[in-house]
Design a protein around this ligand. Sequence first.
Ligand SMILES: [Zn+2]
Length: 113
Amino acid sequence: MTSSKRHSLTRAMTRPWSILLLWQSAGWISFSVLNPIISQRVGDPADPLVPTVAIIMASLTAVLGLFALFYWRTTVQRDIGPKEQRTHKCLSCGHTILLGTAICPYCGSKTFF
Ligand SMILES: [Zn+2]
């Protein structure tokens, strides 16, 4: 129970994380675009290191954001699967039966609870 709870918590956190990281990446891209314009207006020569760092940071945050988005997507798909076919064990014979089945198809006992 605790591991599944932790898993769903990680899944819940990956979505805002991916959005945040992709926004951060967009921020770095806009910064690398705006920096030469700002330095032109100020009159100082643009530091050649700044756009390089900005591009590296933009790609790094984009990769992390996409990874988080990919993780969120795959866990969502994994979560839908068992929910559609939830099973439980029969109390009298131990066979795995679908949840919502009133009478066990193996032993015929009423497993409704
Ligand atoms: Zn049974």
